[in-house]
Every structure is written in structure tokens, then in C-alpha cells.
Design a protein around this ligand. Structure first.
Ligand code: NAD
Length: 475
């Protein structure tokens, strides 16, 4: 773990980092506990209060973030491997996520250097302004599905905003965060400004959130964990940003470009083995084309190449952990037991080369309606539920019938209709005739149980600051 610029494993509970493609151990990892939280909070508070950091001019802070981006690019292969070996994403996706993480540091360097404060309209003989200051110490807690990008998305703006950060990566994927800690130190970030505490939610995450020396928590993960964190934050009256689960509707009208829609639906649910918060896991197809279009999706799903993540041409790697595969299997088997029709998948691949890994075939299910738990609960795996709708009103009612509201996709050539539906859906992001486009310059977050607050964009820097108003008499 990285505390106050020092690498240490003293007092750690050692746990294994496992390669889900092979079942083999990658490394033994030092897991932090409450005593390490104490040390990291003390180091972060001390580092954040240093004038060299507090008073650092924005263009200098920006230059530091640029150097971290350079360091990430120089370590691109190592970072991509660190993620692939722990969550099993295919090589191409890991590489593109390294590029995206480095771009995130560059984006927040640019925001940091150029974002001004505001002079507000004066109502008297004074100059009034609204300026922004860091919260202090930010705890960033991340999941295992895309650690490279999620960690950059929190650490870059939190540092740009002038905070110190304690990063608690998922116990499934501790290594990318440790690599980021190394790169930041090598780039010249002062010790203590980025601390990395690998370990488990109960042993590190909980104590970190509850610690009085932590001023803000930025969390990405499951809704149940997010709710627990919000309860603790309420007692402390501390700011929280929560990016949580989803069960996103992907909608196809009969007039759509069906080839493009089919590509997006396959990518939207099976890329990353469905372990994406914005996975388009509920497919709604207009009834007149439902059977033909779903048949096409099933054909495409069957043809996907499930393989070792570093095999050339692999389209889908394993599930990120054996425990998570068991959860997915239990959910799908439960649905089958309740009479939900299996159109394809719902099994492990037959290929003997993959037998030691946590692989699972792309699965398409046809529930009778939206009432079954398989349509209501987040699976976070390569499982698509195909449903039908009659008209716009029926579609909007079905699509919004979820506790989640993270994202949605609409395929139609009728722009007026796309616009009406985009406005009617309860979702933080809506894609029209595209899916899973994500940009660091555009805010991201959820409605309803999918979260609180918006990351990314210029507001993604403000998320890590608090406002201060200053009045100066002019006579
Ligand atoms: P998780 O909630 O189990 O764990 C996320 C992180 O929180 C891990 O680092 C974990 O150790 C820690 N943690 C768990 N309980 C905690 C607690 N009580 N206090 C503090 N920390 C705690 O989620 P996961 O299984 O790692 O990730 C999958 C979930 O993440 C899915 O629900 C998925 O939708 C969600 N997710 C959301 C987004 C988004 O941007 N909205 C992105 C990716 C993943």
C-alpha cells in the first residue's frame, strides 16, 4: 500500500489477486485495515495543508497532472496488463481504457488551468465574488469492472481541485491503483497527496468513510454499498458523490437502422462481459419486428468469440471473479426455474482451454414481461433480457419501471419521437442512434437508485470543491 509516499505492507492482511481467465494467483497483496486508514488520513491531511499544495497556482497544478498523464502513457502496457490480469477484460479494451485514463488527467489539467471564478452582480458598494476551495481529504472508492478509467475519473479532478486523495480500489483489482500511485510519485506529486489502500470494503472502505478526517467520499459501486456510505455521510454531514448500479433500457423501433442497432445492442451488453454500469441489459423491441430482430441478436450473441483476454480476436473475456460468476449463474438459473425462456447461453463455454477460468456464454433471455426479478435486478454480467412494446406510451412506462436510472439507448429514424422519449425517460444519460459513447467532457451520473451527483465535465472538478463567497467594500 502507499501511505504518505512510502510503500509498506507492515501490519497488512495479505490477500490474493487472482487471474479470472486462468484461476491462477497473480500476486499477494497487502490489504489495509483501520490502522492504515489512520496513517493515510494523517498523511493526507498533512500533505493537503502544506502551502506548497494549497497555494500552488493552477497552471503549475495542471503541469503536474499533465506529467501524470505522460507517465500513464509511458506505462501503458503495464497498466493495461495490470487490469487485464485482475478483471479479465480483453487486451484492446484495457489499452483503450489506459488512453482514456491519461486523457482524463489531461482534461482536468486543462480545466484546472482555465476555469475562472465568478464575480457576482453587486447590489451595493462592494465587489462580490464566488470562489471555490477544496474539501480537504477525499476518499475515492472504486469497483473492479473498469478501475483504470474510474480511478482516473476521481483522482484527476480531486487533485485538480486541490484535495489530497485516499484511493481504495476494489479487492478484486488492486493493482491499477498501485500503479497509478507509483506513476504520480514519479511525476512529482508530493508524498501524501495520493495514498492507495487496497483491501476489503468492511476493513478499509467502512473505516475510511467514517473517519472524521475524511471530508468527502466519491464512490462508484453497487447501490447497497452506496446507500450504506450515504447513511454514514449523513451522520457526518459530509459530501458524497455516488455512481451506482443500472438496468438500462435499450430501445429499438421498427423504423431504425437495424444493422447499426444490432451492433450497438451486442456491444452494449456483451462488451466487458456485461460488467458495465451502463450495460444495455433490458432490450425493448417494437412488437412488429420483435421476433425477427431478437432472432438476429441471438445469432450474433452465439457467434461472439469468448476467449482468453489476450487471445487475438477475443471479443469477450471471463467474468471478473469466480464469486461473481456464481452470482450470475444463480440469477440466470433462478429465472429459468421460474419459467423464463433461454434463447441462448446460460452456460459455461464447452472449450476445454477455458475450463479453469470464470467464463460464461453470452446469454439472451425472453421473460414474459418486466415483472420477473431477472428484469428488475442488476445482473452485471453478459445477460440480456429481450422484451416487446406496442407504442411510445407503453415503451416509456416499461422502460421507466425500474429503481435504476443510469442510461438508456433509443434507435429510431423519427427524430421527434427520439426527442420525446429521451425527455420522458428517467436516466442520467440517453443515447440516440448510438450507445455507450462516453466522454470526459460530458457529465455522467444516475437518476433514482443509480446515484447522486455528476462526475466528468467541468462540474466534475467542482464536485471536489466547496463554494466560498467573498465581499470586498469598494468605498
Ligand atoms: P461494491 O459496492 O461491492 O464495491 C465497490 C467498492 O466499494 C469496492 O472497493 C468495495 O471494497 C467497497 N465497499 C463495499 N462496501 C463498502 C462499504 N460499506 N463502505 C465502503 N466501501 C465499501 O461494487 P462492486 O461489486 O465492486 O462493483 C459492481 C457495482 O458497481 C455494480 O452495481 C455496478 O453497477 C456499479 N458500478 C457503477 C458505475 C457507475 O458509474 N454508475 C460504474 C461501475 C460500476
Amino acid at each position: 500500500m502507499l501511505i504518505g509516499g512510502q510503500w509498506t505492507s507492515a501490519g497488512a492482511t495479505v490477500f490474493d489477486s487472482i487471474n479470472p481467465a486462468t484461476g491462477e494467483r497473480n500476486y499477494r497483496i497487502a490489504g489495509a485495515g483501520p490502522e492504515h486508514v489512520e496513517l493515510a488520513v494523517a498523511a493526507a491531511r498533512e500533505a493537503q495543508a502544506r502551502p506548497a499544495w494549497r497555494d500552488m497556482l493552477p497552471h503549475r497544478r495542471a503541469a503536474l497532472l499533465m506529467r501524470i498523464a505522460d507517465g500513464m502513457e509511458a506505462s501503458a502496457d503495464r497498466l493495461a496488463d495490470a487490469q487485464r490480469l485482475e478483471n479479465g477484460k480483453v487486451v484492446a479494451e484495457c489499452r483503450s481504457q489506459v488512453a482514456s485514463a491519461a486523457a482524463t488527467f489531461r482534461y482536468y489539467a486543462a480545466v484546472c488551468e482555465t476555469l475562472g471564478e465568478e464575480i457576482t452582480p453587486s447590489r451595493g458598494a462592494y465587489l462580490s465574488m464566488s470562489i471555490h476551495e477544496p474539501h480537504g481529504v477525499v476518499a475515492a472508492i472504486t469497483p473492479w469492472n473498469s478501475p483504470l478509467t474510474m480511478e482516473a475519473q476521481k483522482v484527476a479532478p480531486a487533485l485538480a481541485a486541490g484535495n489530497a486523495v485516499i484511493l481504495k480500489p476494489s479487492e478484486v483489482t488492486p493493482s491499477p491503483a498501485l500503479e497509478l500511485g507509483r506513476i504520480a510519485l514519479e511525476a512529482g506529486l508530493a508524498p501524501g497527496l495520493l495514498n492507495v489502500l487496497p483491501g476489503f470494503g468492511a476493513e478499509v472502505g467502512g473505516p475510511l468513510v467514517a473517519h472524521p478526517g475524511v471530508d468527502m467520499v466519491s464512490f462508484t459501486g453497487g447501490t447497497a454499498s452506496g446507500r450504506r456510505i450515504a447513511e454514514v455521510a449523513a451522520r457526518k454531514l459530509m459530501s458524497v458523490a455516488l455512481e451506482l448500479g443500472g438496468k438500462s433500457p435499450h430501445i429499438v423501433f421498427a423504423d431504425a437502422d437495424l444493422d447499426a442497432a444490432a451492433d450497438a445492442i451486442i456491444g452494449g451488453i456483451f462488451e466487458g462481459s456485461g460488467q458495465s454500469c451502463v450495460a444495455g441489459s433490458r432490450l425493448f423491441v417494437q412488437r412488429s419486428i420483435r421476433d425477427a430482430f431478437v432472432g438476429r441478436i441471438v445469432e450474433r450473441a452465439r457467434a461472439l468469440r469468448v476467449d482468453l483476454p489476450d487471445a487475438p480476436g477475443a471479443q469477450m473475456g471471463p467474468i471478473a471473479s469466480f464469486g461473481h460468476r456464481e452470482r450470475i449463474e444463480a440469477m440466470v438459473d433462478g429465472a429459468r426455474g421460474r419459467g423464463v425462456e433461454v434463447l441462448c447461453g446460460a452456460e459455461r463455454p464447452a472449450d476445454a482451454r477455458l475450463a479453469a477460468g470464470a467464463f460464461y456464454r453470452p446469454t439472451v433471455l425472453a421473460p414474459a414481461d418486466g415483472g420477473d426479478p431477472i428484469v428488475r435486478e442488476e445482473i452485471f454480467g453478459p445477460v440480456l433480457c429481450a422484451l416487446a412494446f406496442d407504442d411510445e406510451a407503453d415503451l416509456v412506462a416499461q422502460a421507466n419501471d425500474s429503481v435504476y436510472g443510469l442510461a438508456a439507448g433509443i434507435w429510431t429514424r423519427d427524430f421527434g419521437r427520439a426527442w420525446r422519449i429521451a425527455r420522458a425517460l428517467a436516466a442520467g444519460t440517453v443515447w440516440i442512434n448510438t450507445y455507450k459513447q462516453l466522454s470526459i467532457s460530458t457529465p455522467f451520473g444516475g437518476f433514482k437508485d443509480s446515484g447522486l451527483g455528476r462526475e466528468k465535465g467541468i462540474g466534475g472538478l467542482r464536485l471536489y470543491q466547496q463554494g466560498k463567497s467573498i465581499y470586498v467594500a469598494t468605498r
